[in-house]
Design a protein around this ligand. Structure first.
Ligand code: ZN
Length: 309
């Protein structure tokens, strides 16, 4: 196995792009770090939100579809995306979400308290307080540095075959089993962002990937060489894995694991400052070279969006 440093990004399908932007950019106060298009379908946006530095382990991305059908969260998907909030900010977030008419539930797993809710389009999110070394300096919309979402805590996976999914995480990615408790098994890998994965052991029924569900989860690899090693290891273990695809901000390989969840392995570099300064991330529509000739048409056809200050 090759030890990963945890989740690189999580990509989901949303409804209207402006509603998506208002929820993650404004209510949750994440930094909008990249406005681009789906590299496999340039007529659709691809939005990226993360921490102030757009670091791996903090990046949630969306393909927004204005008239997409609602999906169903279930087996073969990431069920819940977990974010870390700084210690002492739980009540701030609870009040902020209630004030914005968000329905909340609270759950305790592995002795941690989770604040759970859905985004505007049905995606399940949860916040958990954890002590971390680095905080996000993105102070916007009444959220201070001591309250700002730090990055991913991890994710809850819903699998058709939880045992097989667990083996993928231990045997390929080097996760260690922390504990089994109730309906969940917890695994972790070193680090403090995106490094704790809970697999639900009972079935949640079959998932349907569409609006309001996670499309795929990407794990971190440090460079191109390690990525090729992952690709070879996966092939050796009988997985069908794609060729390396250049996503501009990272390179990617994809495979579907035996429990039905679509995984990606993405390189940490070159990162989101490859085509924009750190200060101006997310301010302009960025297109990969192969679509630059479509710019004027895309700027007219894509729905205009903005984050109101
Ligand atoms: Zn991805």
């Amino acid at each position: 196995m090759i030890k990963t440093n945890g989740i690189h990004h999580i990509t989901s399908i949303s409804g209207h792009p402006q509603e998506n932007m208002d929820f993650y950019g404004k209510l949750l106060g994440l930094r909008f770090v990249k406005k681009t298009v789906n590299f496999d379908d340039p007529n659709t946006y691809h939005f990226y939100f993360g921490d102030d530095g757009a670091n791996p382990g903090t990046i949630i991305t969306f393909f927004p579809f204005t008239n997409g059908r609602k999906g169903r969260i279930g087996d073969g998907q990431v069920g819940t995306t977990t974010y870390i909030i700084p210690e002492g900010s739980y009540d701030f977030w609870k009040e902020r979400l209630i004030d914005n008419n968000i329905d909340l539930t609270q759950e305790t797993r592995f002795a941690e308290r989770y604040l759970q809710f859905s985004d505007t389009h049905g995606l399940r999110i949860e916040l958990v307080e954890r002590s971390v070394t680095n905080k996000s300096n993105w102070e916007v919309y009444g959220i201070s540095k001591d309250q700002a979402i730090v990055g991913f805590g991890g994710a809850v996976l819903l699998s058709h075959f939880p045992q097989e999914t667990k083996e993928l995480l231990t045997d390929i990615f080097g996760f260690q089993v922390v504990k089994e408790e109730g309906d969940y098994v917890r695994l972790s890998t070193p680090g403090e962002l995106g490094n704790i994965i809970d697999i639900k052991l009972s079935s949640s029924g079959k998932g349907i990937t569409s609006v309001g569900t996670v499309h795929h989860i990407a794990m971190r690899t440090k460079d191109d060489i390690e990525q090729i090693n992952y690709q070879e290891l996966l092939k050796k273990r009988g997985y069908t894995v794609t060729e390396v695809r250049d996503r501009n901000y990272f390179k990617s390989i994809y495979f579907r694991e035996k429990g039905g969840i679509l995984f990606e392995i993405a390189t940490d570099g070159p990162g989101f400052t490859i085509d924009e300064d750190l200060e101006s991330l997310g301010s302009e529509l960025k297109l990969p070279k192969q679509y630059e000739h479509l710019r004027s048409r895309l700027e007219e056809s894509l729905i205009p969006v903005k984050l109101e200050v």
